[in-house]
Design a protein around this ligand. Sequence first.
Ligand code: ATP
Ligand code: MG
Length: 123
Amino acid sequence: MLQIKKLYKSFNIGTDFENNIFRNFEIEFEDNTSTAIIGSNGCGKSTLMNIIAGSLIPDEGSIKIEGTDVSKFKEETRAKYIGRVHQNPSMGVSPSLTILENMALADKKNENFSLRKLIRKKE
Ligand SMILES: Nc1ncnc2c1ncn2[C@@H]1O[C@H](COP(=O)(O)OP(=O)(O)OP(=O)(O)O)[C@@H](O)[C@H]1O
Ligand SMILES: [Mg+2]
């Protein structure tokens, strides 16, 4: 399970452009479920993904993955706990692979690869 508790994130604090994206935001994602995050332009979807992955540091709040608090882990350390597939091919998506293959690569990046199949039946 992925749990986000008491999340706060603002940009440009103390300026005319102060933007409080998350104020005490909480959400839980159960294992083996899919969740779509939807919302208007600029509502904070990418910011949430960046906070979960560790590319952005929240002002306050905790992010727990399977009970481990990863909030203070750097992005590269956090990568052990979470796989991410970007929308933008320049961020590491392979255009010659299918969506499923790209997601399987992100899912298995901590595993040793050999010539075994990338996609197993459960995927
Ligand atoms: N590094 C930053 N510095 C200042 N403001 C930022 C920064 N990153 C995002 N923002 C602002 O935070 C808000 C949320 O941006 P975010 O990119 O998370 O929105 P989004 O929901 O992903 O939008 P879109 O649908 O356009 O992808 C926007 O107003 C954006 O301008
Ligand atoms: Mg976005």
